[in-house]
Design a protein. Structure first.
Length: 290
């Protein structure tokens, strides 16, 4: 399979490319600058805000992994985050459609739920939050990820493009291990409602991307699926339900299924059961591995 990775020179892109290479998949990196991590991987320079450049860059791909985006909304004004992220995704989807590329894996975010990067602290209807839970984005970055996923779903509906959207959480990189160890040491000081303790190691994001490329849509009414991709346990060391009760008090949401935390008291407040069941995803790392 010939896979083009947009944003392959970024941090997540570097791990994704490594995972694909490790499994014998041919990769082309599509970005503004070559990858320092993978200098020998074929590279196509393209400004993906330019529709023509996007089309030329991915025209011969068999599948596209779309990771290109402004990843940190704190570094750019909201109007730039919105303009760039939305145009990138639109242009990639149009290029996929026009070139009759079979599949795209979309790098979404758990922020699209409204419980990652946010400015309003919503209370979930139930925990763990799964793919059936409504999404309540309300700031620029989460809007771009949510609307990007909506575009992906509607291209799948209209044009039968196979789309897997991966809602991965706060991504932890080996390059940042010193800072992450400090985060783990002070994990009890962080408000649970900030992101419900969710995170994922970059290697596990790479795993999910690889698995998404071979997901079987046979028999599906529409070739679209979304998955939460996170570590199996939250950053907090105690029972997850206790952290939820401390955070939400009298507004603590019900647990569905009721025995979810009985099976694993430290299970994530975001369910990864769908990814486990359908993708075969199994996270390999937790914060205890640092």
């Amino acid at each position: 399979m010939n896979v083009h990775v947009t944003g392959g020179s970024g941090l997540v892109g570097g791990y994704a490319i490594q995972e694909l290479l490790d499994h014998g998949i041919d990769v082309v990196n599509v970005d503004l600058h070559p990858s320092k991590k993978h200098p020998k991987v074929p590279f196509r320079k393209a400004d993906l805000t330019d529709a023509g450049a996007t089309r030329r860059a991915i025209r011969d791909a068999e599948a596209v992994v779309h990771l290109a985006a402004i990843p940190n909304p704190n570094n750019d004004p909201g109007e730039r985050v919105m303009a760039v992220n939305m145009v990138l995704t639109h242009n990639v989807l149009e290029a996929v459609r026009e070139s009759k590329i079979r599949r795209i894996v979309y790098g979404c975010s758990e922020s699209a739920s409204g419980f990652g990067i946010h400015r309003v602290e919503h209370v979930p209807l139930y925990v763990p939050i799964d793919e059936a839970h409504p999404s309540w984005p309300h700031e620029t970055y989460s809007f771009t990820k949510y609307f990007g996923e909506v575009m992906c779903r509607e291209y799948a509906r209209a044009d039968k493009i196979e789309v897997v959207s991966l809602r991965y959480g706060w991504v932890w990189f080996r390059e940042h291990e010193d800072a992450l160890r400090k985060t783990v040491r002070h994990r009890g000081d962080q408000g649970f409602r900030r992101h419900l303790g969710a995170y994922v190691f970059a290697e596990d994001v790479g795993q999910a991307i690889r698995l998404s490329l071979s997901y079987d849509f046979a028999g599906a009414a529409m070739p679209f699926e979304a998955f939460y991709v996170l570590a199996a346990e939250p950053i907090y060391s105690g029972p997850t339900l206790e952290a939820i009760r401390n955070a939400f008090g009298d507004a603590t949401p019900p647990v569905k299924p009721a025995d979810y935390f009985e099976k694993n008291p430290r299970a994530s407040a975001f369910s990864i059961e769908k990814a486990r069941r359908l993708l075969g995803y199994e996270p390999q790392f937790t914060c205890e591995d640092l």
